[in-house]
Design a protein around this ligand. Structure first.
Ligand code: UD1
Ligand code: CA
Length: 455
């Protein structure tokens, strides 16, 4: 069975009160439309058509990809009109309609819906709600077969009492679609070409409309305003928290935990409150993450410990290594096994070998630091001369005294020591001591300046 997917994303979203097109508003760090595209791709369709209108340029710019086709709907004349814009590009047996502002739809639900569709049958996703106000209502005949969808604004009081609502998500035989859409009229309460009118046409043509329901109504919830956007966000986060807990992660509080990307976890991982995981994060067994950490595009190897208030981006933390509290690991930071980075230490493009330590207050940029080397408090690599970045290379078992300035490019070989307060501008050879500070002078009987009293 071949499949074309049409995603409607042309609407304005006035109630967002935003310069950003509605479908670009993020849920869990990805645009709503991005989530829908992600789900669509997992169905391996022959094409994905995205119907855009409001903010079309921005939408295209942000989401352009080889496997997506964008179709412009100049004027938003209704959902039927929107789908009609994509029709010339459709050729598959089945066409699935999705919505750019309904981001949490599950692939499994769509797969169930797709099993219902064939030459003689449509698949319609419906949802039963206590208050279906605003939804199109599913009208069924005496045999309980779907006969039509009536929009809320066109419904009689008796129809408004129907609790089964139209989610809008629909799978239909591609061959019939152009004909049905060509017959739509806009003679209704909203003066729009309703996609939903296709249902009655299909029934008149002798087709059956089979229905499926999502497991959770939030799957088909759209976001029209920021309140609904926040509800989708919280729902997504709770779902993600439950997924991770099921895999063996302890979350100190599942409602104070946010994922904005793809997270892979091992077992017996512990995550304290207010942790944000962004991008691609890999967390191996026995890792512990303290409160208030932000971890982006990073890998934490087995048994790594990230203490409170640490920020990691593009970092690799080795087995049983630890960082924080208040550590900042910027892109290219690599901590070897059992390496230690303490409070107020910043690393950028810096590798620390096995068991190397930087306990307090340091900046290590563009550096390679050998195994077991110790960096004293207050040490910085002077890696930038205003134009170029230079490298600092420290061997194994080096001891850098407190408050050193390591002026790169500079090499300090294995076993070397530098004295506290040194400004190191020249290479230091194996096992040498470098002292690079002014010698202390003590002056006897020093008279301090005295203040002269006014009036
Ligand atoms: C639609 C359904 C309704 C269903 C509800 C579920 C129709 C006629 N009605 O109503 O039965 O219960 O969704 O939320 O289909 N769009 C375009 N171009 C247009 C019009 C809409 O791209 O010309 C897009 C919108 O951006 C939106 C989606 O289609 O993502 C739905 O449009 P909207 O106008 O919100 O439809 P509803 O009135 O909610
Ligand atoms: Ca809507």
């Amino acid at each position: 069975m071949s499949l074309d997917i049409v995603i409607l994303a042309a609407g304005q979203g006035t109630r967002m009160r935003s310069a950003l097109p509605k479908v670009l508003h993020p849920v869990a760090g990805n645009s709503m439309l991005g989530h829908v595209i992600h789900s669509a791709r997992q169905l391996s369709p022959d094409s994905i058509q995205v119907v855009i209108g409001h903010g079309a340029d921005k939408v295209r710019e942000q989401l352009a990809a080889d496997d997506l086709s964008f179709v412009l709907q100049d004027k938003q004349l209704g959902t039927g009109h929107a789908v009609a814009q994509a029709v010339p590009a459709l050729s598959a047996d089945t066409v699935l309609i999705l919505y750019g502002d309904v981001p949490l739809i599950e692939v499994e639900t769509l797969q169930r819906l797709l099993t219902l569709v064939n030459d003689q049958q449509l698949g319609l996703l419906t949802v039963t709600l206590d208050d279906p106000t605003g939804y199109g209502r599913i009208v069924r005949d005496e045999q309980n077969r779907v006969s039509a969808i009536v929009e809320h604004k066109d419904a009689t009081d008796a129809q408004k009492a129907i609790k089964e609502g139209n989610t809008g998500i629909l799978a239909l035989p591609g061959k019939r679609l152009a004909d049905w859409l060509g017959r739509l009229s806009n003679n209704n309460a909203q003066g729009e070409y309703y996609l939903t009118d296709v249902i009655a046409m299909a029934v008149n043509d002798g087709l059956i409309v089979a229905t499926a329901q999502p497991h959770d109504p939030m799957e088909v919830q759209g976001a029209n305003d920021r309140k609904q956007l926040a509800e989708l966000e919280r729902h997504y986060q709770l779902r993600e928290a439950r997924r991770l807990m099921a895999l063996g992660v302890t979350l100190r509080d599942p409602v104070r935990f946010d994922v904005r990307g793809d997270v892979t976890v091992g077992r017996d991982v512990t995550i304290d409150i207010n942790v944000i995981l962004e991008g691609r994060v890999v967390i191996e067994d026995d890792v512990s993450i303290g409160p208030n950490c932000v971890i982006k595009d990073s890998t934490l190897r087995k048994g790594a410990i990230i203490k409170a208030n640490s920020h990691l981006e593009g970092a690799i933390v080795g087995e049983a290594a630890d960082a924080g509290p208040f550590a900042r690991l910027r892109p290219g930071s690599v901590l070897g096994a059992r390496a230690h980075v303490g409070n107020f230490v910043e690393l950028k493009n810096a590798e620390m070998g096995e068991g190397a330590k930087a306990g307090h207050l340091a900046y290590l940029g563009d550096a390679v630091i050998g195994a077991r080397t110790n960096i004293g408090a207050g040490t910085i690599t002077c890696n930038y001369d205003g134009a170029n970045k230079h490298k600092t290379v420290l061997g194994e078992d080096v001891f850098i005294g407190s408050n050193n300035s390591l002026v790169a490019p500079v090499d300090i070989s294995s076993g070397a020591t530098t004295a506290a307060g040194s400004t190191i501008t020249q290479n230091v050879a194996v096992e040498q001591l470098a002292v690079a500070r002014a010698r202390q002078r003590n002056i006897d009987g020093w008279k301090r300046p005295v203040k002269i009293k006014k009036h």
